[in-house]
Design a protein around this ligand. Structure first.
Ligand code: SF4
Length: 280
């Protein structure tokens, strides 16, 4: 199918009001660099999730990124995505692909603009030692092929760049070209918060110089998709919603976040906050 739905979030889309909704911290993987906290109390029912989404739409949301943890753990996620799209939103799902079956894709494909998947490396032994699950490369590759064959959803790949996969990235870059992705975002490992990232600072940390050297090298390969290198500080301006419906921004560690309160109980106005605080 044609790559017709993918829109990159750059200066051309200044009117977008975007939220990254961490709908759950639960996940079947245990990545050693994970920036999610341990799963604790969360909203799990459709009605409350719908009410949160409705409040955000009513106050100006134009793009919803459903992220996690693993959002596909929620049985009613397809319903939320469908309702967002029917209200004119641009929708993105971030998934590790494990729970993405053909049936699930059929349920969501008409309502999803883009999908983001993580890709560690083509080396599944290395991947297993980092993510704790088997066949990561095989699983993500097959999911990307399936999305490409069965839908016009844009495909974005996210890679956390760290000490253990930095020398595997050139090989991955060529592999991603064969899969026909739209966009590869490389993110430098960030040890400031998270169940995996904090204890594994020494295992994964690289310098900004090492990070940009590999990003520049990959950009020089002349591949047929967009490539971006992002520092952890990019998260500072992103508006996030927690699994309990709290709106916040990540400035640094867990104790350095900007908290706005609960979307629902405080009836927060998303557009107003987004514009006032220069989010993007
Ligand atoms: S980084 Fe890994 S463990 Fe953490 S949410 Fe993503 S897929 Fe799950």
């Amino acid at each position: 199918m044609d790559k017709r739905k993918y829109i990159t979030e750059d200066g051309e889309h200044k009117e977008d009001i975007i939220v990254s909704w961490i709908i759950t911290h639960g996940c079947p993987e245990r990545c050693a660099y994970c920036i999610s906290p341990e799963k604790c109390e969360e909203i799990t029912d459709y009605e409350t999730h719908k009410a949160i989404q409705d409040q955000m739409i009513a106050t100006g949301l134009t793009k919803n990124r459903y992220i996690g943890g693993e959002p596909l753990l929620l049985p009613h996620l397809p319903k939320l995505i469908k309702e967002a799209k029917e209200n004119g939103l641009n929708t993105r799902l971030s998934t590790n692909g494990i729970l993405l079956t053909k049936e699930k894709l059929i349920e969501i494909r008409d309502y999803l603009d883009s999908m983001a998947l993580p890709f560690e490396s083509c080396n599944d032994e290395l991947n297993r030692s980092i993510r704790g699950t088997k066949n990561h490369s095989e699983i993500v590759s097959s999911r990307i092929k399936m999305v490409r064959e069965m839908s016009d959803i844009g495909v974005l790949v996210n890679t956390c760049v760290h000490k253990e996969n930095i020398n595997e990235l050139e090989k991955l870059a060529y592999h991603l070209e064969t899969l026909g992705i739209d966009h590869w975002k490389l993110r430098m490992f960030n040890s400031s918060s998270g169940r995996g990232a904090v204890p594994n600072k020494n295992r994964f940390e690289i310098s900004e110089e090492q990070f940009f050297e590999i990003v520049d090298h990959i950009k020089s390969l002349g591949l047929n998709y967009r490539i971006d290198g992002r520092l952890p500080s990019k998260l500072n301006t992103r508006l996030m919603v927690s699994p309990t419906g709290e709106l916040y921004r990540m400035i640094g560690g867990d104790d350095e976040q900007v908290h706005y309160g609960n979307v629902l109980t405080k009836k927060l106005n998303i557009r107003e906050i987004y514009k006032r605080d220069g989010c993007n």
